[in-house]
Design a protein around this ligand. Structure first.
Ligand code: MUC
Ligand code: MG
Length: 366
């Protein structure tokens, strides 16, 4: 089997409402759909969500990188040769979500060729996983309303709370969430690098009082000594996300004691490097959780497949609800969150199909 074509299709899909966090705000899904077609007619898909505040990519840069840098390397290659392709693509740096989407599309093709779903190819750790909902920044009342809606409608019992602003405001939101949701619900926090080290240390201690279980990216990790002080002083594990976006970056962060746990995201490391990161962390006894890049439906399906493939990931709630922010998307059958859980697709590859009418409606290049 050989790759015949690689396409990068920019989409523009409105959100029902913006999603805000300390390092930025997402107001619409300007994702790029990567479509890889083989000489025997198989079609694999991946999704790249541009996050300039994390990777420096835009929809335009993703389309350009796929078309001009990566497609020439991929056309003619065997989709099964993921290690060789990984080495070839690695000659171009950065462009993280462009690479992640290509890797997801390759696994989609491999699964279709084998007649196996991706989570089975990865190791079939589970057929469904618990879900965590990521609560964007807002007033305490707005954040509580978001959590209660997800609890009532989808049975969600774990939440990642955006913090990283004025500490008193953040703590007021966490206090109200704990009061409204009760003690049995899992809460963890993500500051998206919004605090300085001194504030972050105080915040970690106060969040622990509300039984918040983890704190993601409390300060910019480039404040190296500040981050080490936070990791040393914090009563709860510090999670790497923006500062641990590659296999090497994870290794450096863990060896430098800049993180206690790692968020793994198919949007940036696909399945191949996500599995390598999980293996590294398993060997070191470091917790890994599947994070959310405010993915669309396709990224959501891929994230669930990753978590259901690997035991270390299946143990923890998976952040796969924020596709619900979008007013629509291009999959024929949307992911379903029920009883606080998300199930792996049983069809070969990702088990997804693209609705041609919706693709025509939302593609931004025509
Ligand atoms: C996260 O964990 O940081 C923030 C920006 C983005 O793209 O994803 C969120 C989640
Ligand atoms: Mg994060």
């Amino acid at each position: 089997m050989k790759i015949r074509s690689v396409e990068a299709i920019p989409l523009a899909i409105p959100y029902r409402r913006p999603f805000a966090f300390a390092s930025g705000k997402a107001t619409a899904a300007d994702h790029v759909l990567v479509r890889i077609t083989t000489d025997d007619g198989l079609v694999g898909h991946g999704e790249a969500p541009p996050r300039p505040y994390t990777y420096g990519e835009t929809a335009t840069s993703i389309v350009t990188a796929v078309r001009e840098l990566f497609a020439p390397v991929l056309v003619g290659a065997d989709p099964f040769a993921r290690e060789r392709i990984r080495a070839d693509l690695a000659r171009t740096v950065a462009n993280n979500t462009a690479r992640g989407a290509i890797d997801v599309a390759l696994w989609d093709l491999v699964g279709q060729a084998c007649g196996q779903p991706v989570h089975a190819l990865l190791g079939h750790a589970a057929d469904e996983v618990r879900v965590a909902h990521m609560i964007g920044l807002g007033t305490p009342a707005e954040m509580v309303a978001d959590a209660v809606e997800m609890s009532d409608t989808c049975g969600v019992e774990a939440f990642k709370v955006k913090v990283g602003r004025d500490l008193a405001h953040d703590l007021a939101a966490v206090r109200e969430l704990r009061r409204e949701l009760g003690d049995s619900v899992e809460l963890y926090a993500d500051a998206n690098r919004g605090w300085d080290a001194d504030t972050a240390i105080v915040a970690a201690r106060r969040l622990a009082d509300f039984h918040v279980t983890m704190l993601e990216e409390p300060n910019p990790a480039d404040d190296v000594l500040g981050r080490r002080r936070i990791v040393r002083e914090s009563p709860i594990p510090i999670v790497g996300d923006e500062s641990t976006i590659t296999l090497g970056g994870v290794a450096r962060s863990l060896l430098d004691r800049d993180a206690d746990a790692i968020s793994v995201k198919v949007a940036r490391t696909g399945f191949t490097d996500s599995a390598k990161i999980v293996g590294l962390c398993e060997g070191l006894g470091v917790t890994t959780v599947v994070g959310n890049q405010i993915d669309g439906m396709l990224g959501t399906v891929a994230s669930t497949a990753l978590a259901c493939g690997l035991r270390s990931l299946a143990r923890h709630p998976v952040e796969v609800t924020n596709f619900l922010l979008m007013s629509d998307d291009v999959l024929t059958d949307p992911p379903v969150i029920a009883d606080g859980r998300s199930g792996a697709r049983q069809g070969p590859g990702l088990g997804v199909a693209i609705d041609p009418d919706k693709l025509a409606r939302y593609r931004a290049d025509r």
